[in-house]
Structures are given as C-alpha cells and as structure tokens.
Design a protein around this ligand. Structure first.
Ligand code: FMN
Length: 172
C-alpha cells in the first residue's frame, strides 16, 4: 500500500559497499523522469554519479553530505533555471520520487540539500557541485540524493505520531 511505503521511507545514511544493479539505477532514474512538473516543462536534469572518487568529492560539498561517499550512487538533481520559475518545486517532486522508489526497492536513501547551502569556507555548495561535475552556469543545483543498500535500520513512521494540529479544515 502506498501509505505503508510513505511510512517505510526514512533517511538512511549508512550503506553497505555492494553496488546497485543497472536495473535498480534505471528504476530510480525513471521515477525521477516520471515526475510531474509545472506546465510540463520538465526543467530538471539528473547527473548519476557512481564513481567513488567523485562521490567522495560530493560528500565534501557541505556539512551533512558525508553519507554520499558511502552511497552506491549519488543522483544530482539540477534544473535549467531559465525554463521555469518554479524549477525548485519541480526538482523537489523528482527528489521525493527518487526517495520513494528507493524505499520500494528496499534500498536506503537520503537527500543532501545543495541549493542555498554553503561550505565551511563560505563558498556556495551549489557552485562547488557545479564546478565539480561541469554543470553549466544556467543550471540550478537543488540536491543530491544518495542511494545504496542500507547498513542501518530506521523504524517506520507511525500514524500515531502525526502532527494532526498542522491540518486545518475549511478555514485556517
Ligand atoms: C529538503 C530537505 C533537505 C535535506 N537535507 C539534508 C541534508 O543536507 N543532509 C542530511 O543528512 N539530511 C537531509 N535531509 C533529510 C532530513 O534530515 C530528514 O528527512 C528528516 O530528519 C526526517 O527524517 P526521515 O527522513 O528519516 O523521516 C533533508 C531532507 C529534506 C526534505
């Protein structure tokens, strides 16, 4: 059931060394490409990084990205900022779909935020990733999703713990 999938999706930051199969990576990429986007512009593009040296460099993009060095694959979500004024929203949906597809494949995954983040030396994480992966200047870098075979267990989310006070009916 879809709700069970949502509950099982937890951020996993520890991974085994086993690589993913080509089919698994294709499923993750397809999940991203199947995402809806405003006016069907599909401004996003994805850089699939399996190379260990490159993943280690991505892991240094900012504080909180270290898990990318251990993940089997790092999927970098970028978008042509000239094509859509809501590219951030479009990229977010694609990222969410990758996380859910990973969960469905019983893989672990976690989002590393890049847009609006800085490195310890003050450089923007976005500029760092853009230079590292030779991404053109007009492409915004939203996030990197690390995916791999999980080496930690996280309990599924529970409906009992939902913040129901966040929901307003009819008026705020
Ligand atoms: C927009 C966004 C940005 C995030 N950025 C990071 C990040 O840079 N590094 C990280 O380790 N986790 C990151 N996360 C994962 C969150 O910390 C995580 O989703 C949150 O703590 C809830 O835990 P859960 O995913 O296990 O339910 C991000 C999640 C989202 C949605």
């Amino acid at each position: 059931m879809f709700v069970d999938l949502l509950k099982r999706r937890r951020s996993i930051r520890r991974f085994s060394e086993e690589p993913l199969s080509d089919d698994q990576i294709e499923t993750l990429v397809n999940a991203a490409l199947l995402s809806p986007s405003s006016r069907s512009i599909n401004p996003w593009e994805f850089v699939v990084v399996t190379d260990a040296t490159m993943r280690e460099k991505l892991a240094e993009a900012k504080h909180g990205a270290a898990f990318l060095a251990e993940a089997a694959v790092a999927i970098v979500i970028v978008a042509d900022t000239r094509k859509s004024d809501v590219w951030v929203e479009d990229c977010s949906i694609a990222g969410s779909n990758i996380l859910l597809a990973a969960t469905d494949l019983e893989l672990g995954a976690c989002w590393a935020q890049i847009r609006k983040r800085t490195r310890p030396d003050g450089e923007s994480a976005e500029a760092y990733v853009r230079t590292l992966l030779e991404i053109p200047e007009h492409m915004g870098v939203e996030a990197v999703i690390g995916v791999g075979r999980p080496a930690e267990h996280r309990e599924p989310l529970s409906e009992d713990a939902l913040q129901r006070s966040k929901v307003h009916y009819e008026t705020y």
